[in-house]
Ligand binder design. Structure first.
Ligand SMILES: Cc1cc2nc3c(=O)[nH]c(=O)nc-3n(C[C@H](O)[C@H](O)[C@H](O)COP(=O)(O)OP(=O)(O)OC[C@H]3O[C@@H](n4cnc5c(N)ncnc54)[C@H](O)[C@@H]3O)c2cc1C
Length: 405
């Protein structure tokens, strides 16, 4: 990777997560000979969300038909499998079940099935408890959906492969370079950063947890704000990993943009349980107690956060319980894998922090949000399944940037 930021380039992409790298790759391939430069503040790629996810290639079931998520996830997953096959990145398409355990969840399972069919999710079908047992012998429920097109991959490896494509095509990646200001001129945009300044014809901002700050720095509305939600995981002990063949998911709460705690066999064969979804005091709260005063103050001063807390405080208490008590965490997962016991799991230091955009009115924004300021395109909300969707999302970002004059 290059160490010095150039003083000028054609397109400057801020953020070396999977979305930024995919967008830079798409732009470099689309405009051969253009100088595309990625500026990343950490000393490596995929250090934040892209390197701290469940690693699930989502098939596109959950998302409102017609939304960006619905379109880009189905298309993105298809392209991601092809890309991994082409580039030799290990991806396993071993399916998933979404399990309803109570009568009250059946209308929501129906709605998921309706959405999945409307979104043209490949192979999705309703299964009965007997078929569920055949697919996942240790799962139990009164009805389920089976999605054979769901899979797993290491998104860090995908980001690495895309970064190689970018540099092979002539693009540059500069790490250890934090951007803090953007100023648009008549025919260029200047990015001020820890290594000086870079003047680009156009810029793309894919800063994940810090996306709102760069958007505001470029003159955009502060609405929506990014608020961090920590996702902690447990791991099944290797001798009990046979409890899960592939992916077992609950029926999610329709009021929240999170999919609920699931059991996932990752690409290495280990089974992860999680993630939790706890509002935390830092955008990089990989440790539960980490607090960054600026992050916490910005979250709490945002009217949307206070409205969200008033609405979801009960859910917050449940999440806090899961975060501090392994017993409560396991109890939740035991609803759909009844044989699971406290002694089957071990703590894992692995945790991720979701960058979730919250609107001023307190709603948790579900769909991807991509917007423009002068000479720049901003990705302001790219939660799950943005890693799955990255190749398709990159195309949308490049289309939007090409339209920016
Ligand atoms: C717990 C968890 C589980 C998830 N599970 C899944 C899943 O199973 N499947 C799925 O598809 N998605 C999943 N996701 C979502 C997925 O990880 C994200 O949607 C995706 O990684 C977003 O990528 P990104 O590039 O936008 O953000 P990030 O990966 O967070 O990258 C943003 C980058 O911008 C850099 N940056 C920020 N500010 C600056 C600045 N000022 N200057 C320079 N650089 C800057 C950061 O250092 C960072 O590297 C999960 C997320 C979490 C947290």
């Amino acid at each position: 990777m290059n160490v010095t930021a150039p003083s000028g380039c054609d397109i400057c992409v801020v953020g070396g997560g999977i979305v930024g790298v995919a967008a830079a790759r798409e732009l470099e391939l689309r405009h051969p000979g253009a100088e595309v430069v990625v500026l990343e503040r950490e000393h490596g790629l995929a250090i934040h969300q892209s390197g701290h996810s469940s690693g699930v290639i989502h098939a596109g079931i959950y998302y409102a038909p017609g939304s960006l998520k619905a379109r880009l996830c189905v298309e993105g997953a298809r392209r991601l499998y092809d890309y991994c096959a082409e580039r030799g990145v290990a991806a396993r398409k071993d399916g998933k079940v979404i399990v309803a355990t109570r009568e009250g969840e059946l209308p929501r399972l129906d709605e998921l099935e309706r959405r999945g069919v409307a979104n043209a999710v490949p192979g999705l079908r309703r299964i009965d408890p007997g078929e569920l047992r055949e697919i996942e012998p240790h799962a139990s429920g009164i009805a389920a959906l089976h999605s054979p097109a769901t899979g797993v991959v290491d998104f860090r490896a995908v980001t690495g492969a895309m970064a190689d494509d970018l540099t092979a095509a002539g693009g540059k990646i500069v790490t250890g370079c934090e951007v803090h200001a953007l100023t648009a001129q008549a025919s260029s945009i200047t990015l001020e950063h820890s290594a000086g300044r870079t003047e680009a014809a156009k810029a793309v901002l894919c800063a994940g947890p810090w996306a709102d700050r760069l958007a505001v720095a470029a003159g955009a509305d502060p609405d929506p704000r990014v608020v961090p939600f920590r996702g902690a995981y447990l791991r099944l002990k290797p001798e009990r990993a046979e409890l899960v063949r592939a992916n077992i998911y609950p029926v999610p709460d329709p009021d929240l943009p999170f999919l609920g705690m699931h059991l996932t066999r990752d690409p290495s064969g280990a089974v992860l349980l999680g993630p939790t979804a706890l509002f935390v005091g830092a955008r990089d709260a990989y440790r539960l107690r980490r607090v960054v005063p600026r992050d916490l103050v910005e979250s709490l001063l945002w009217p949307g956060t206070r409205r969200m807390i008033r609405r979801f405080w009960r859910t917050g208490i449940v999440e806090l319980r899961h975060a501090v008590s392994i017993g409560s965490f396991v109890e939740e997962c035991r609803r759909y894998v009844p044989e699971l016991r406290r002694e089957d799991v071990e703590r894992s230091s692995f945790a991720g922090v979701r960058a979730q955009a919250i609107a001023r009115d307190g709603s948790l924004i579900d769909d991807f949000v991509v917007s423009e300021t002068e000479r720049a395109v901003h990705v302001r909300n790219a939660p799950s399944p943005a890693a799955t969707s990255s190749l398709a999302l990159a195309e949308l970002i490049a289309d939007r940037l090409d339209a920016v004059s």
